[in-house]
Design a protein around this ligand. Sequence first.
Ligand code: ADP
Ligand code: ADP
Ligand code: MG
Length: 460
Amino acid sequence: MFEKILVANRGEIAVRIIRTCKELNIRTVAIYSEADANSMHVQMADEAICIGKAPSSESYLRVDRIISAAEITDVDAIHPGYGFLSENAHFADVCENCNIRFIGPSSRAMNALSDKAVSRTLAKKAGVPAPPGSDGLVENEQEAKEIAKRIGYPVMIKAIAGGGGRGMRIAHNDMSLVKGFYTARTEAEKAFGNSGVYIEKYIENPHHVEFQILGDNRGNIIHLGERDCSIQRRNQKILEETPSPLIENRFKDLRKKMGKAAIRIAEVANYTSAGTVEFIVDDSGSFYFLEVNKRIQVEHPITEEVTGIDLVKQQILVALGEPLKISQGDVHFNGHAIECRINAEDPFDDFRPCPGRIEMYYPPGGRGVRLDSHAYAGYMIPPTYDSLIAKLITHGRDRRDAMDKMNRALNEYMVTGIKTTIPFEQAILQDPNFRRGVYSTSFVDQLLGGARRELIEEKA
Ligand code: ADP
Ligand code: ADP
Ligand code: MG
């Protein structure tokens, strides 16, 4: 077993990783920026090293400083968490060259899925359909118009390096296409340092259904079922559940088909470690490949709750070179799990971020409730990073039970001093269509009563 692991991340995911390390008797090293000196992950780790100033470009994205911290503390491995350097093949390479195990997919697999346009081509090779669209990068507006003409409006212009729902625009005609082409490029350059975009047919009222996969270094790959992440705002997930109500209620045979498709993609990419294959499903049950997330996913806990498998532990075992001890037939799904993402944002003021000091803090508990968080009373949320402060997860014997537990837990959860999205999550849980399990990615727009899609287009 590894003796010591450095966690190259912050917030709830750093805490989550340290917890499993403790259970495995692995010592941990936290890295932190000056803004995070009082953060929970720093206090929980056995050692902690400050690696720079608040902006991520001066700290959590600095490969040189993270590697120095790893060398000074003499760790065996680095866990990158999600976001930051987690999907950076160069970082994985540097780790390996310094004799530090990278806890994630091999750099070969990362390169096979290097960006979204390359991944689309790989999916086709694996015999899995992606939405009709461009073959790779779209270089200029003329080319964009030709593709849109071929596949038909509406289309989506998407950043090849995209993530977190940023760098995408919908277009319904040539005019909004040209505008969207340039705004998506500018936004992508700013957010990802890469202005490359591609074009995809926009699938109307789709469902986001993704499959958790797990592979070892010997070619064994299994899937751990799906997660429905259609409850999104601005293409960013805010509530996830498993099993997917769409699959359970309307397309039971999809689980097997999509699970197989996810595994085929992973096989063609020689994928190792934990990963997620994302799909969109249209109203007739046709599914299309979206992208592969080559890392632990924010919403991984709901899969852990229904399968009983610790995904971070599996990542560590795979990184050690252990073969998977779980076969596809060993994976059983028990009950239903829901995750609500609690953000420090004001849902009554267009989800404006609300950093600041948490005054009173009372976390929910009891049967079937799990809270993955780095928040505590007196904690000062810095304005610099993602606004996620907690993930509230409930597990029940069926969907109804998981919803009842979530309602109860959201009511118990008390946070003062800052605004949070708790009231918004409560509104979702009370919505009759959500309760029936009838929703698509348009759900949040409808709930907010806004025509956000049109707004996005107008801005473009
Ligand atoms: P998930 O699919 O795991 O829910 P998200 O898309 O919500 O992932 O992103 C998880 C976190 O990682 C967010 O904090 C998001 O801002 C960040 N992130 C995701 N992709 C990128 C990227 N390409 N570059 C920078 N940050 C990213
Ligand atoms: P990110 O890297 O930001 O996670 P994705 O490609 O995974 O980007 O897409 C995020 C979300 O955007 C999807 O879950 C879906 O709601 C929406 N989306 C992306 N592509 C399409 C498409 N072709 N048609 C309809 N919706 C899409
Ligand atoms: Mg995605």
